[in-house]
Design a protein around this ligand. Structure first.
Ligand SMILES: Cc1ncc(COP(=O)(O)O)c(C=O)c1O
Length: 412
């Protein structure tokens, strides 16, 4: 989309001036962020929204501790996953019945691929980018092994060739490493020509760019809720299936919670009509309660403004990075980028640790990529300005070379 914030700050005062006129500035106060932390890891684990903590606390101490098993009815637990799917549908331009919150992205990729396979006109291949997030590659490979279809690792630039051969194609709307955003509509048009089915991974896109499944013609998707949606660690993912396709989609894991009438305890499986047919087992209610609160952050948010601000924060980062002489591996143009910017930095790991020591939390992707996630709900232009000043100082003084910054943590 077109970036409306045309001006890129060239001084700290200009960054502050952009913050003063930011239409999304009010959202920051709703998040519980520690003092002296600039949180640039919203593309990995979003911070807690105050309503998420309140709902979680209420669910545990009231609905669970006092309401006990009766809360499946009285607190609306039974319908919560489908209800949140409905709420989330508004963020991705889908119909409420087409979205369900359940399982993980890894599991949902498998369920969607298996349900799509019979609809691919006998084209027995599953494609995945050779540079796709690893879980997508592992699932594609395992799916191929199990079903006997071919697994095709697509090299950069060969996407449309692969699509024109039909079958299933797992594709991220925003690449986890480079931040590159793809033109979903163009991919869907190509897929239609060859009766291929695209299975979108929206993990790095949802809650940060203006997604529209209907406008794109997208049919199948899944994505994380613990990143830009701030659902909390291990929050379940969501799954989208277009409503005309839904009746033809049969989950390979038909658990009782996807049954049309689970409490009739019928031995014959009859799926629900909506996307909740993809539910398998009992939903994680505590996690869902946190997600319910977290989604309140988006109640009054214009997704176009959100998308534009993510682009503008990224533009500022890129402009400063280029001044410092760093290699930017994300697209220069905001309309071709998601919410994060990745820089190739020699000694990237200790540099990330040195930034962290100054309060700038970012992440590192081996072997040399530092990622900065620009969640527009709580980040300010001045945060990006200060981040890049700190990065310059760390590189100029080589303060990253202190022994404590070299020790690797398990999670980077
Ligand atoms: C693009 C992408 N897909 C999938 C996943 C993994 O999702 P899950 O842990 O829900 O299986 C991630 C996790 O970071 C991701 O970035």
């Amino acid at each position: 989309m077109q970036n409306n914030f045309m001006k890129i700050a060239t001084t700290r005062d200009e960054a502050l001036a952009l913050d003063a006129q930011d239409p999304l500035a009010h959202a920051r106060a709703q998040f519980k962020l520690p003092d002296n932390v600039t949180y640039l890891v919203g593309h990995s684990l979003g911070p807690p929204h105050s309503a998420a903590l309140e709902k979680l606390n209420h669910c545990a101490t009231d609905s669970w501790a006092k309401g006990l098993v009766g809360s499946w009815n009285s607190a609306g637990w039974f319908d919560l996953a489908a209800k949140l799917g409905g709420k989330l549908s508004g963020l991705i331009g889908a119909h409420p019945d087409e979205v369900m919150v359940t399982d993980t992205v890894s599991v949902n990729l498998f369920k969607l691929a298996a349900s799509a396979l019979p609809l691919t006109q006998g084209k027995r291949q599953i494609c995945v980018d050779a540079e796709e997030f690893p879980t997508d590659q592992y699932i594609a490979e395992a799916f191929a092994d199990l079903t006997g279809v071919a697994c095709r690792r697509v090299k950069p630039g060969e996407d449309f060739d692969a699509l024109s051969d039909g079958g299933i194609y797992i594709k991220s709307a925003v690449n986890y490493r480079s931040g590159e955003r793809v033109d979903m509509k163009a991919y869907e048009a190509k897929a239609r020509e060859a009766d291929a089915l695209l299975l979108w991974d929206l993990s790095h896109a949802t809650g940060v760019i203006n997604l529209d499944m209907k406008a794109a013609g997208a049919k199948l998707a899944t994505g994380c809720t613990y990143k830009y949606l701030n659902g909390g660690p291990g929050a379940p993912s969501f799954l989208y299936a277009e409503k005309n396709l839904l009746p033809k989609l049969h989950t390979p894991l038909p658990g009782w919670m996807g049954h049309a009438a689970p409490f009739e305890f019928n031995g014959q499986y009859v799926p629900r009509e909506d996307a909740a047919r993809f539910a398998s087992g009992t939903p994680p209610i505590l996690s869902l309660s946190a997600l319910e609160g977290a989604l309140e952050a988006f109640d009054d948010i214009d997704m176009k403004a959100l998308d534009a601000k993510a682009g503008a924060l990224g533009d500022l980062c890129i402009a400063r990075a280029e001044e410092i002489g760093l290699k930017v591996i994300s697209p220069r143009e905001a309309s071709k980028r998601g919410g994060h910017v990745s820089l190739k930095v020699k000694n990237g790991y200790p540099v990330t640790r040195a930034l962290h020591a100054q309060g700038f939390q970012s992440d590192f992707r081996s072997p040399d990529t530092i990622r900065f996630g620009f969640s527009p709900l709580y980040l300010r232009y001045v945060d990006v300005w200060d981040l890049m000043e700190a990065l310059k100082e760390i590189l100029d003084t080589k303060s990253w070379d202190a022994p404590e910054f070299h020790a690797r943590s398990k999670v980077t």
